[in-house]
Design a protein around this ligand. Structure first.
Ligand SMILES: Cc1cc2nc3c(=O)[nH]c(=O)nc-3n(C[C@H](O)[C@H](O)[C@H](O)COP(=O)(O)OP(=O)(O)OC[C@H]3O[C@@H](n4cnc5c(N)ncnc54)[C@H](O)[C@@H]3O)c2cc1C
Length: 422
């Protein structure tokens, strides 16, 4: 059988790409090395699939710190609202949760994957699973087909590389696309883990003092060597046996990686504000009043409502306040030092978990070498890229999947148009 477009990779970007090419009437082959399509999509968003995000486009771009601005042109063709309509047309109703996050009303990622696969069948897209691609074959500056690992060669005028990054390799994303891109003349920017837990060798981490403790709605910052915040995220976090994790930490993680690289640091300072809603003076006054109102009670009991118990005890000890001391004996100076700990607890972190353990791969095929409205290569005709293989990375919250679906849509559509006109 002959094909106009070969899409390599059956993640969200490849599935969308194959559908878009099929809708343009192209004869499409979708190839995946795994037994199932959409394996990473099926575990995304805690297994509920955070398909997109309903915030305005400018906000979406802000939440994609890795080259989000590159997507402006693509969004003018197909955006988050189009994704929502697309899924509703496939019979997948979506609901909006906090921070604009969109999920299927069934809360089942597999429903999303199945709907995409059903659409591929409707469009008569040929699907090869268990078929790892060895390489994309080029001749005279254009695509002529792909070669599978088993030696089979399949001809096509256009190929879409949608093989994802290098994170969570058991889902199939093992970084195979970078070599194919380099062979076509593309630059691969440095790969690094993003949306990843952060490690620390601080004694309180090593001694597991706070392990398992989660803090809600705290402001976590990554500081530069001069002590100024590079980024602050106000969300939840958790202390683990190796360091810290949770939404605020995942979002900060890429700034830790970048700071270590930029300033050749072996550790970076992070700052934790456990009560970002109150300034230091307000907090001092309210703690002072609490202690004054109950002068005979042990401090740890008087201040119970302030913070989760383990964190309260931890910070009181750091401020040199005896947990059992009565309110009257705590000096102003000690209260101020406790307030400082609440508002500006700083600690050192020394890296992150590995790229394989990261939710998302930072870096990839340089977007400078990609036509932003078509997702086509500036160097090789008939070659298209989409999804996480590109140097685009966002926060979790539907931003990566949005980027994958939007770039996938454009790559598939334009690969079909190219193939038909050549
Ligand atoms: C646990 C987890 C939770 C996540 N949650 C969110 C979230 O809530 N919101 C969000 O926006 N993002 C989330 N992400 C990130 C998001 O899932 C990815 O960014 C997205 O899946 C990338 O899509 P993709 O199509 O580019 O690549 P992938 O989904 O990685 O798909 C790539 C496909 O290519 C195939 N492939 C690879 N090499 C070959 C080859 N040589 N031959 C043939 N096929 C090949 C693979 O088998 C795979 O099926 C999460 C990621 C993880 C791991």
């Amino acid at each position: 059988m002959e094909f106009d477009v070969i899409v390599i990779g059956g993640g969200p970007s490849g599935l969308m790409s194959a559908i878009a090419a099929g809708e343009k009437g192209a004869r499409v082959l979708l190839i995946d090395k795994g037994q199932k399509l959409g394996r990473k999509l099926a575990i995304s968003g805690g297994g509920r699939c955070n398909v997109t995000n309903r915030l305005p486009i400018d906000e979406i771009v802000k939440h994609i710190p890795g080259n989000g601005r590159f997507l402006y042109s693509a969004f003018s063709e197909f955006n988050n609202e189009d994704i929502i309509r697309f899924f509703e047309n496939l019979g997948i109703s979506l609901k909006e949760e906090d921070h604009g996050r969109m999920f299927p009303i069934t809360d089942k990622a597999q429903n999303v994957v199945d709907a995409l696969i059903d659409r591929l069948h409707d469009l008569k897209v040929t699907i090869y699973t268990n078929s790892p691609v060895k390489e994309v074959v080029y001749e005279d500056g254009r695509v002529i087909g792909v070669e599978l690992k088993d030696g089979q060669k399949i001809a096509a005028k256009a190929a879409v590389i949608a093989v994802g990054g290098k994170s969570v390799p058991h889902t199939g994303s093992t970084g195979d696309g970078y070599a194919w891109a380099e062979k076509a003349g593309h630059t691969i920017t440095d790969l690094f883990p993003t949306e990843v837990p952060v490690t620390s060798a601080e004694p309180f981490i090593k001694q597991k003092t706070l392990q398992g403790l989660s803090l809600q709605n705290v402001a976590l910052s990554v500081l530069n060597p001069k002590g100024k915040p590079l980024i602050t995220h106000q969300m939840d976090m958790i202390f683990t046996h190796f360091g810290i994790s949770g939404p605020a930490v995942l979002r900060c993680s890429q700034f830790v990686v970048k700071a270590m690289k930029k300033w050749s640091l072996s550790s970076v300072t992070m700052k934790l504000d456990a009560l970002p809603g109150q300034n230091k003076e307000e907090l001092f006054q309210s703690i002072f009043k609490m202690l004054k109102d109950e002068p005979k009670k042990a401090v740890k009991n008087t201040l119970k409502s302030l913070l989760p118990e383990r964190y309260l005890h931890f910070l009181l000890e750091r401020a040199g306040i005896d947990l059992q001391a009565q309110g009257t004996v705590v000096s102003h100076e000690k209260i101020r030092s406790f307030v400082n700990e609440i508002k500006e607890f700083t600690f050192q972190v020394n890296g992150t978990l590995s790229l394989e353990k990261a939710f998302v791969t930072g870096g990839g095929v340089s977007v400078k070498e990609i036509h932003p409205k078509e997702m086509s290569s500036k160097f090789t005709d008939g070659l298209y890229f989409c999804g996480e293989v590109l140097d685009i990375h966002g926060y979790t919250g539907g931003y990566n999947i949005t980027s994958a679906l939007v770039t996938g849509r454009l790559a598939g559509l334009n690969a079909a148009l190219y193939s038909k006109s050549h």
